[in-house]
Design a protein around this ligand. Structure first.
Ligand code: TMP
Length: 207
């Protein structure tokens, strides 16, 4: 499998297990000799980590959906410029925990009809999209319980409640249908090891 210069994102609702799976996959690939950068959004560069703090802490009504889209996009641009593009240019494979699809779903679909705004901003300032997007799909009642259990002060989105998580899951599955060439939907309702094995198998299948 030649992963040099490939951009892989992980997506899914809060508590679906994607961060754990992103870590397991990067460790597996590193042990096979691949050069990997594991990163996350919002964040992944100094400036974007500062914006992360603004976005994920505080009251649920701290920002409107429109303001959130601008902040997430600003963080993404900095992350792309300073971290992702240089790594891809140096031949690394980049594994990113969330990317534009999260904004399409969290801000674009579930908090108003703002998907067009997300896409317009993306096409203006985000010149690179993932080659492969791994969506970990899980029942929101299971994932939200997990998310709340490990919760820290970054719980702004988890605090929107289970109804929001149900909408988010539907939004991600709709997006997977819209972009079937890059999306890989993985059933997250299995053990960590089984989910990891399935991801690895599916990646090998696409070569
Ligand atoms: P995390 O829990 O995967 O670190 O993500 C932090 C939260 O930020 C999560 O609840 C999803 C939310 N989020 C958005 O609402 N829009 C975005 O564009 C991104 C990247 C994350």
């Amino acid at each position: 499998m030649n992963l040099s210069g490939k951009f892989i994102s992980f997506e899914g609702i809060d508590g679906c297990g994607k961060s754990t799976q992103a870590k397991i996959l990067s460790e597996e690939l590193i042990s096979c000799g691949h050069k990997i950068l594991l990163t996350r959004e919002p964040g992944g560069s100094d400036g974007a980590e500062e914006i992360r703090n603004l976005l994920l802490t505080g009251n649920t009504d701290r920002w409107s959906a429109e303001t959130e889209i601008l902040l997430f996009t600003a963080a993404r641009r900095d992350h792309l410029e300073r971290t992702i593009l240089p790594a891809l240019e140096n031949g690394l494979a980049v594994i990113c925990d969330r990317f534009s699809d999260s904004t399409r779903v969290y801000q674009g679909v579930t908090r108003g009809d703002l998907r067009d705004l997300v896409d317009q901003l993306d096409s203006a300032v985000i010149p690179r999209q993932p080659d492969i997007t791994i969506l970990i799909d899980l029942d929101p009642t299971i994932s939200l319980a997990r998310a709340i259990e490990r919760s820290n002060n970054e719980a702004r989105f988890e605090n929107f409640g289970v109804e929001m998580q149900i909408k988010l899951r539907k939004g991600f599955l709709t997006l997977a249908n819209e972009f079937p060439d890059r999306f890989m939907v993985i059933d997250g309702n299995r053990t960590e090891a089984e989910v990891a094995e399935n991801i690895s198998k599916r990646l090998h299948e696409i070569g």
